[in-house]
Design a binder for this molecule. Structure first.
Ligand code: BGC
Length: 516
């Protein structure tokens, strides 16, 4: 195995609900994923990250876990999970599973027991139960608000309140409690023993809360997910947890990794999660939240590389996931999405591909409210309840819904344009987005210079154009509305769009990899 496989790995995010349905119930499942592993191998990714498939009432699409060691029947059985891991390994693909340690489901045994036993009983210590404020405790213990909107506290029948940074169905664990710490080391081992190659750690920045759960103050709420350490996000105490988890990961052969989903206030704070004795990667949301602007993207690339270099961790690059508007829609065109992909795949470090981005899928913005299954998210960023739009089941084949996703419909309706965007419709078409991703991943694999190292050598380029050297190659991305002439670009290796008759011209909203 290449030492440090994760340093330049391309990791594909599978959202199990929407990837492939093997039993015709309209919901994706593990057997469906198993059947599509050859597709992922052929696409050319190195590893697959599976969003949660554990026992869950699905209040937050599986990020409300009722049993960390059990597979929800809607996704299959532990045998199915074992088969996905084994068959992925047989194909040379690594498997990363999602771990949700900040909170569990309100149907988790511990929480149910805490409710049954009432105030002052042991299980309540494993969560954040508090008496309310006011005459009869009728007000929440502090002024924190949930990411999904509304108070971050819910009152139970006996009068106490419990903390949930997300939905009321997602009570936050008390990470000061030894039983919580022990349980998650045991959960890590359970999945590591099954052979998983790593964990994507949900809300990695939220586990530890400031002592005393102090009020935030109204005006600070607006900075939620934003630009400063909050009493419930990015507290220094979380790093002790990851140091202890790194010890567990390092007990296992095969370089098992931890990937932090940490919405930290800066790339410098994010880098603290990937110090040598902590986790291996952290999602680069600074890059993901940067718009289609050459100067801003160049700054984000430099800041990310400069932040990760001192701690010896690779940068990660990610454009889409199950929580944000798909970048074809965010950037405003398929051309830009294709160019952004070539830009991302030429940068040093590890790149994440969200299911369907290789097909150029847009956000589905006209889902009727009655079909939405998602509590609103990113309220603070003005994106309210948009997440279903990036979760519409994947089109595999055929001219009618559910386009090969399964035999029994799909849990979210698919738009008619899915027919022309399916895997079948794009396979073999050299102009398709699917074949562009396949070619880019093949070239990246054949030329490790593209994903290697921890620095980018910027070249002179007109305003609005990014050009940087990657070993023997140059990546030029024209983000302007005009064609630009780039001497030498004619020795094209790969282009994200149709080129002009003059090979040295890079058209608007186009990226070119060329040898120079
Ligand atoms: C996940 C979301 C989820 C939230 C609460 C986020 O990090 O990506 O999908 O709603 O955590 O678990």
């Amino acid at each position: 195995t290449r030492s440090g496989w994760w340093r330049d790995a391309v990791i594909y995010q599978v959202y199990p609900r929407s990837f492939a349905d093997s039993n015709g119930d309209g919901m994706g499942d593990l057997a469906g994923i198993r059947g599509r592993l050859p597709y992922l191998k052929e696409l050319g990714v190195d590893a697959v990250w599976l969003s949660p498939f554990y026992a869950s009432p699905q209040a937050d699409a599986g990020y409300d876990v009722a049993d960390y060691r059990a597979i929800d029947p809607m996704f299959g059985t532990l045998h199915d999970a074992d088969a996905v891991i084994r068959e992925a390994h047989a194909l040379g693909l690594r498997i990363i599973v999602d771990l949700v340690p900040n909170h569990c489901s309100d149907q988790h045994e511990w929480f149910k027991q805490a409710l049954r036993e009432g105030p002052g009983t042991p299980l309540r210590e494993r969560f954040h139960f508090r008496p309310g404020k006011g005459e009869s405790g009728e007000q929440p213990p502090n002024d924190w608000e949930s990411i999904f909107g509304g108070p971050a506290w819910t009152r139970v029948a006996d009068g106490e309140w419990y903390l949930h940074l997300f939905a009321p169905e997602q009570p936050d664990f008390n990470w000061e409690h030894p039983a919580v710490q022990d349980e998650f080391r045991s959960v890590l081992r359970f999945w590591l023993d099954l052979g998983v190659d790593g964990f994507r750690i949900d809300v990695a920045h939220g586990l530890v809360k400031a002592a005393g759960l102090p009020d935030l103050g109204r005006d600070e709420q607006l900075k939620l997910l934003g630009n400063q350490v909050l009493p419930f996000f990015d507290q220094d105490g979380v790093h002790e947890i990851y140091r202890s988890w790194r010890k567990v990961l390092d007990e296992y052969a095969g370089e098992r990794i931890g990937v932090a989903e940490a919405w930290a206030p800066s790339v410098a704070r994010t880098a603290l999660y990937v110090r040598r004795d902590e986790l291996h990667q952290a999602f680069n949301f600074h890059y993901l939240t940067t718009g289609w602007d050459a100067a801003a993207l160049r700054a984000a690339v430099d800041e990310s590389l400069d932040a990760m270099r001192p701690v010896g961790a690779p940068t990660t690059w990610v454009l889409s996931n199950h929580d944000v508007v798909r970048h074809r829609t965010r950037f405003g065109s398929l051309a830009r999405a294709r160019a952004a992909a070539l830009l991302m795949l030429a940068l040093p470090g590890s790149a994440y591909v969200y299911q369907g981005e290789e097909l150029g899928l847009p956000e589905v913005t006209d889902l009727p409210d009655e079909v939405r299954q998602d509590p609103s998210f990113f309220k603070a960023n003005g994106q309210d309840g948009l997440r279903d739009g990036c979760r519409v089941p994947i089109p595999w084949s055929g001219d009618t819904a559910p386009y090969g996703f399964g035999e029994g419909g799909s849990w979210l309706p698919q738009p008619a344009e899915w027919a022309g965007l399916s895997v079948e419709a794009q396979t073999g078409d050299p102009e398709s987005t699917l074949e562009l991703y396949r070619a880019a991943l093949r070239i990246r694999r054949e030329h490790p210079d593209l994903g290697a190292g921890d620095a980018v050598e910027w070249l002179e380029a007109p305003e609005g154009v990014l050009a940087f050297r990657r070993g023997a190659f140059v990546c030029t991305v024209n983000m302007t509305e005009e064609d630009v002439r780039i001497p030498g670009a004619g020795s094209v290796l790969l282009a994200s769009g149709e080129l002009r008759s003059d090979p040295d011209v890079v058209p608007a909203d186009t990226a070119v990899w060329w040898q120079g």
